[in-house]
Design a protein around this ligand. Structure first.
Ligand code: ZN
Length: 250
């Protein structure tokens, strides 16, 4: 089922994210822009592309019966990332924006993580930062801009551009991972292992993200499952949300 995709995924994601963003930052209603969840630049539709959060190169290695039963997009989980070139310290970064950045700095490590034998292979910080970064994208995919535009979201966005080491502000409990045995074959009653790449639970100031057989934590500023005011200009602190639009890159 590799080539069977839902129609117009990019358009569907674009409109869903636009509605979410407008509900948090109303002045976006007057523009035709969206914020990239990684660099936070406000850009146009054509400068976005579909991002496979669990990279295509990783899910291509899934067992044949899993590939047959569950589409590639489902096994990856989709979101949008920019493909507008990044400018860092006045110089253009080679490639196509955050999409290329993730592809270069994280995807090879994620592919390894889903394949390696943890009993015999040691993971390094780059594996863990890759995991942390896709954990953030998984949170964004599920909860939208309330995650990206929070202080913890800003920390994740800064970490996205520091692929080699953890930033000092990242909590220590977000710098460890727990692993179990990966599933070696597809079974119908375990279909969700393949069809929903991330399961997410909220525990205090972190979200516990499970990517198949790997569990790890990503910081959050508030429980994203709890409601907050999207319309009232004034509301109790508990129900208010102040978007942080700080960009990490030009
Ligand atoms: Zn970007």
């Amino acid at each position: 089922m590799k080539h069977i995709d839902l129609p117009a995924q990019k358009e569907l994601l674009w409109h869903r994210l636009r509605e979410d963003l407008k509900s948090l930052v109303p002045w976006f209603a007057d523009s035709d822009l969206l914020l990239c969840p990684a660099c936070c630049r406000a850009i146009k539709y054509d400068e976005f592309s579909i991002e496979h959060i669990v990279p295509k190169q990783a899910v291509a290695c899934d067992p044949a019966d899993a590939r047959q039963a569950v589409s590639q997009n489902e096994r990856s989980g989709l979101t949008l990332l920019c493909r507008k070139p990044l400018i860092y310290k006045g110089r253009k970064v080679p490639g196509h924006g955050c999409n290329s950045w993730k592809g270069k700095h994280f995807d090879p490590f994620l592919k390894e993580l889903l394949r390696i034998n943890f009993r015999t292979t040691t993971v390094n910080t780059r594996h863990q930062v890759a995991l942390y970064s896709v954990g953030y994208l998984a949170l964004f995919r599920k909860f939208g801009y309330q995650v990206a535009l929070s202080p913890a979201g800003l920390l994740c966005r800064r970490q996205f551009f520091s692929p080699n080491t953890f930033l000092p502000d990242v909590p220590l409990n977000c710098q460890i991972m727990l692993t179990g045995e990966p599933r070696a074959e597809f079974k119908e009653d375990e279909k969700s292992y393949w069809s929903e790449p991330f399961s997410i639970g909220v525990e205090g100031s972190t979200a516990l993200v499970v990517l198949r057989n790997i569990g790890f934590r990503v910081p959050i500023s508030r429980d994203p499952t709890q409601p907050f005011s999207r319309i009232l200009p004034y509301s109790p602190i508990k129900f208010s949300f102040r978007p942080d639009l700080t960009t990490v890159f030009e």
